[in-house]
Design a protein around this ligand. Structure first.
Ligand code: SAM
Ligand code: FES
Length: 340
């Protein structure tokens, strides 16, 4: 085990069998090794990305997702352009250097509407990440032209059969096409997977990690799968925290200089889950900037944290937590190549 970690720390390379061995370990040495690699390559600062959940309207049927279009109990909303720009203004004045626009797959937000919005957001001095799902090459190109810097789209699982079973009406090949297009267009490209999906194996998680490396992803977000009661996977209960943490730590070993968030889902499963992740290889946190009234309606999974907190509560809380472990909030926009 120590030999394996030594090799990974030196060469940032592991075979699939070696990754499987680490995934089957208790993780303790792995977590501290990933923490050392994070410190060496990314330093002690933590980048904050302010998340704006601007629409929960979605025309997809992803089996695990609480806002899938088949969930008729969700009260749907769309923030107006003014509401979104107010969030951005708040973010900038609170010291955020990046905002992330996230939504379901909502056709109301046409390419033209989004480009107008992007142009207005870029008048504030912030980096902009989009997380709005599958679009065409031409649309991605337009968003980039108008100023979008980064794009997040998780592959969710690299097991093509499992992917296709969990995403009726969608296709693994198209998801892959999106990621390849985004890389080609020069976006800082983020991907990631869910950990603990039904019928997902340790072998397929090892493939996910190798996929992140082959893609040369700039950001990787790992989310433990949390079953939502109003989805077809409601009964699929499992404790996926430790396994998700191991996937995240191994990703840090293989891609030492990328940005890795301590995901909200991690803290939703375990108190202080984001701090544990920050001490196991993560260097990014994505506090929620969405107003309280809307947060409740963007329930991807039950127990989502900060559901009753205001955006300013979230800034204060996360800054205190970061400082409590001897880390600091970064003042830079936090591109992959930034030193701090
Ligand atoms: N529609 C966009 C997309 O698909 O990329 C962005 C929004 S989508 C809700 C954001 C992420 O939420 C997904 O990539 C998925 O990994 C995560 N997610 C959805 N349901 C979840 C669940 N039950 N547990 C954990 N994460 C979940
Ligand atoms: Fe569309 Fe989850 S099914 S965002």
């Amino acid at each position: 085990m120590l030999n394996l970690l030594h090799k990974a720390k030196l060469f940032h390379n592991l075979t699939k069998d070696e990754i499987i061995e680490l995934l089957n370990s208790n993780g303790l040495e792995l977590f501290s090794c990933a923490d050392n690699v994070r410190k060496e390559y990314k330093g002690n600062s933590v980048h904050l990305r302010g998340l704006i959940e601007f629409s929960n309207v979605c025309n997809c049927h992803c089996f695990y997702c609480g806002i899938r279009c088949d969930n008729k109990k969700v009260e749907r909303y769309r923030l107006s352009e003014t509401q979104i720009l107010n969030c951005v203004k708040f973010a900038q004045s609170s010291g955020y250097r990046t905002v992330v626009l996230q939504s379901g797959e909502d056709n109301f937000w046409s390419c033209e509407k989004l480009c107008n919005l992007i142009k207005k957001i870029k008048e504030y001095d912030v980096a902009l990440t989009l997380s709005i799902g599958e679009r065409t090459f031409e649309e991605y190109k337009e968003f980039k032209k108008f100023g979008a810097d980064r794009y997040l789209i998780r592959i969710e699982t690299t097991d093509e059969n499992l992917y296709n079973r969990l995403h009726p009406g969608m296709s693994f090949q198209n998801r892959l096409r999106c990621l390849i297009n985004l890389k080609e267009l020069g976006y800082e490209t983020g991907t990631g997977c869910l950990v603990g999906l039904p019928e997902q194996t340790i072998e397929s998680l090892a493939d996910d990690i190798l996929f992140f490396r082959n893609l040369n992803a700039d950001m990787v977000g790992i989310g433990p799968f949390i079953p939502h009661p109003q989805t077809p996977l409601a009964e699929y209960k499992n404790d996926n925290f430790d396994l998700a943490l191991k996937v995240m730590s191994i990703t840090r070993l293989l891609l030492p200089d990328i940005n890795i968030p301590a995901t909200t889902a991690m803290e939703s499963l375990k108190p202080n889950g984001r701090i544990i992740a920050l001490n196991s290889g993560a260097n990014v946190v994505m506090p929620n900037l969405t107003e309280v009234n809307y947060r409740k309606k963007y329930e991807l999974y039950p127990g989502k944290i900060c559901i009753n907190d205001s955006p300013s509560d979230c800034v204060k809380c996360i800054k205190n937590k970061i400082e409590s472990i001897g880390r600091s909030v970064s003042l830079s926009k936090g591109y992959r190549t930034d030193k701090n």
